[in-house]
Design a protein around this ligand. Structure first.
Ligand SMILES: [Fe+2]
Length: 241
């Protein structure tokens, strides 16, 4: 039985604010019974410097991507939840799971915050991301034929995503699957064609690569593999199995 993978709410920068002050959350927001309780999200720090991924992703792109784009998703999510105290009391993952019933603002910005919080952790400076675990490598070989075949299929999903979106490797009840989603949708959403626990993701919005690569998304993807943080992928995979 697949255990749904969740990024801890704390890792997403959720903070409970009450009339008594501000308290960092663990994995659950404060009880909805506290009617004055609201949850606000904050921009997580990058786990490395803006220039740490140079060669694959340039520093200016990282600075704008994190400090402007991701920050905007956080601010807009908080604005969308400001008038929805019941929703603001729920973990973000719970909102994503019923996103078809919620507003486009929560879908776009809740997805944007979740996706980017995950994405930053899935990258590391070249040479520091480790390698796939023996278990994950064996699963990739069994599912896709080889690591090279897996990367080719993943890149095909990423380059084939029309317009803005993401490509994913997910653990499902039927095993590993590659999928892509438009805009800021993700595989935790009830609207996703392939649902599962994300273990690897790449942002293929132009804001992720255009300064360095212009329209050459395939070149961005080729370099991006050099900064994949396999240590994080391995951890997510182990948690999802
Ligand atoms: Fe992005």
């Amino acid at each position: 039985m697949l255990r749904t993978l969740a990024i801890a709410t704390a890792a997403l920068g959720a903070v409970a604010c009450t009339s008594m002050g501000t308290t960092a959350l663990a994995s659950e927001p404060a009880a909805p019974a506290a009617s004055q309780t609201t949850v606000t999200y904050t921009l997580p720090d990058l786990p490395y410097g803006y220039d740490a991924l140079e060669g694959a992703v340039d520093a200016k792109t990282m600075e704008i991507h994190h400090g402007k784009h991701h920050a905007a998703y956080v601010n807009n999510l908080n604005a969308a939840l400001a008038s929805e105290p019941a929703l603001a009391a729920e973990p973000l993952e719970a909102l994503l799971a019923k996103i078809s019933t919620l507003s486009p603002a929560i879908r776009n910005n809740g997805g944007g915050h979740y996706n980017h919080s995950l994405f930053w952790k899935l990258m590391a400076p070249a040479g520091q991301g480790g390698t796939p675990s023996a278990e994950l490598a064996a699963d990739i070989d069994a599912t896709f034929g080889s690591m090279d075949a897996f990367k080719a299929e993943f890149n095909k999903a990423a380059t084939g995503q029309f317009g803005s979106g993401w490509a994913w490797l997910v653990v499902t009840d039927e095993g590993l699957k590659i999928t892509s989603t438009p805009n800021q949708d993700n595989p935790l959403m009830d609207v996703a064609a392939v649902k599962g626990a994300p273990v690897l993701a790449v942002d293929v919005w132009e804001h992720a690569y255009y300064l360095q690569y212009q329209n050459r998304r395939a070149d961005y993807l080729k370099s991006w593999w050099d900064v994949v943080n396999w240590n994080e992928v391995n951890s997510l995979y182990a948690d999802a199995k």
